[in-house]
Write a protein that binds this ligand. Structure first.
Ligand SMILES: C[S@@+](CC[C@H](N)C(=O)[O-])C[C@H]1O[C@@H](n2cnc3c(N)ncnc32)[C@H](O)[C@@H]1O
Ligand code: SF4
Length: 456
């Protein structure tokens, strides 16, 4: 049995490692010209992964950490489509758009705030530029079940969308009211049924633990309800509470948030619950059935982590389109678009990509990125593989990190020998903490509490 009180001492600010280096290291020093140079010199044989940020929402969920523009103005959304079109036109000057597209994701905000007709226009523009979609491309969209209709699903299905994820977060009414997101079970079921009617291969859901008024008991009830919807995959996110960055989070009364020991209990229960219903844990916060392709990827050591979570499609260059979107050159750079709509539009008006800042990975970043992503994705590091890949002696290069990992060994969270670092089941709950010793930038941020959300 876990000593919950003891493990809560691990509750401290830490990155979620959707990237390494984290977004805090994205700087102006990675210039527009260097970014363009990177784009133009990418290996043409490398496939593309496309991310489109569709940022609009009507009302704020108080917990929301996404980059959202709240509006009910149709003309604002139409204007955004025009800018997306122009951004893509500029992009085609710098990227070989005949490269194979193996993945495309619509994220938000809520992409389905765009009507069926608007979504169709966006998709048509994309396919007008990127004509070489792989037959088995993974094409996915995030959907708020309260804002989806049959016409929209039809458009997506016709365009080859095969994965959708629905935001649920929690089914408990008191929790829903406290976070300003009332979403009855029936609405969610109807939306998921629609996705199945239109043959989406993977119908997934998002839950969050750590929200106001959640207890182990209420979350158990939520899980019982969600399981009746039979999702293909679950994302169960740890609530990232960063009110210094997100104003709407200030509306949450912090005294109503569950304590770290309760959160750990919820997560430990969730893992057991999922296993007893035939799901297995993938990485830090995902669950899927054992026949899911993610498991085949784990066996081959090919599971990857990126801004959208876990994926089998590594080795592609990710291009981000739209406000705030982030692109990633395979183990090479990260590039982020402007977060401010005026700046985003002004760049495009000037005929430039709306790139704001980023980071070019140096050798040390690449080495550490590999280790951190292995741990975050596979909960394991094969030291032999690392040494062959980088021609380095692991225990020499990471002498400091190894030292910092000893307490984790003593607490029974990991096993460490000359060949492997392996997370034990309890260690998986603290994988962010276990990865942090390999992060060269951690020291710089250690004094500040207002950087990352808490790991527990
Ligand atoms: C862009 S939203 C999904 C689509 C749609 N807007 C919705 O909410 O249904 C992406 C997901 O991020 C997760 N999320 C948002 N804010 C979060 C936070 N502060 N901490 C953890 N997860 C969060 C939620 O689970 C949410 O479903
Ligand atoms: S959680 Fe989804 S619906 Fe809620 S504000 Fe964020 S993006 Fe919009």
């Amino acid at each position: 049995m876990l000593d919950f009180a003891k493990f809560t001492t691990y509750s401290k600010p830490g990155p979620r490692y959707t990237s390494y280096p984290t977004a805090l290291e994205f700087k102006d020093s990675f210039t527009y010209d260097s970014y363009i140079n990177k784009l133009e010199n990418q290996d043409k044989k490398r496939p593309l992964s496309l991310y489109f940020h569709l940022p609009f929402c009507r009302n704020a969920c108080y917990f929301c950490g996404c980059n959202v523009v709240f509006t009910s103005k149709e003309d604002k959304m139409l204007r955004y489509i025009e800018y997306l079109k122009r951004e893509m036109e500029i992009l085609t000057k710098h990227v070989d758009t005949s490269r194979k597209v193996i993945q495309m994701h619509f994220g938000g905000g809520t992409p389905t705030f765009f009507s069926a007709k608007e979504l169709e226009t966006i998709i048509k523009t994309i396919k007008g530029h990127f004509k070489n979609f792989a037959k088995d491309a993974e094409i996915s969209c995030e959907i708020d079940p309260r804002h989806i209709n049959e016409e929209q699903m039809k458009v997506m299905s016709r365009a080859g969308f095969n994965r959708v994820s629905f935001g649920i977060q929690d089914f408990n009414e008191k929790v829903q009211v406290a976070v300003h997101r009332v979403q009855p079970y029936d609405i969610t079921k109807k939306a998921m049924d629609l996705a199945r009617k239109y043959n989406m291969i993977s119908v997934n859901v998002d839950l969050i633990y750590g929200l106001p008024f959640q207890t182990l008991e209420t979350f158990k009830e939520t899980l019982e309800k969600v399981i009746t919807l039979n999702p293909n995959r679950f994302a169960v996110f740890n609530y990232a509470h960063v009110p210094w960055l997100k104003k709407t989070m200030r509306k949450i009364d912090e005294t109503t948030l569950p304590r770290p020991d309760v959160k750990l209990q919820i997560m430990q229960y969730t893992i057991k619950f999922m296993e007893s219903h035939g799901y297995k844990m993938i990485g830090m916060d995902h669950f899927a059935k054992p026949d899911d392709e993610l498991f085949k990827a784990i066996k081959k050591g090919e599971l990857h982590r990126n801004f959208q979570g876990y994926t089998t499609k590594g080795g592609a260059d990710l291009i981000g389109v739209g406000l705030t979107s982030i692109g990633e050159g395979a183990a090479d750079y990260y590039a982020q678009n402007f977060k401010d709509m005026h700046e985003y539009e002004a760049a495009i008006d000037a005929g430039k990509l709306p790139f704001e800042r980023g980071v070019e990975l140096n050798e040390d970043d690449k080495i550490r990125q590999y280790v951190i992503m292995e741990l975050m994705s596979n909960f394991k590091l094969d030291i032999g593989r690392f040494e062959r890949k980088f021609k380095l002696v692991f225990k020499e290069y990471f002498a400091d990190a190894i030292e910092q990992l000893h307490p984790f060994v003593e607490d029974g969270l990991i096993d460490m020998d000359d060949k492997h670092i392996t997370c034990k089941p309890t260690g998986t709950l603290l994988i962010r903490n276990i990865s942090m010793p390999f992060d060269a930038y951690m020291g710089k941020h250690a004094q500040s509490k207002k950087t990352f959300s808490k790991t527990v």
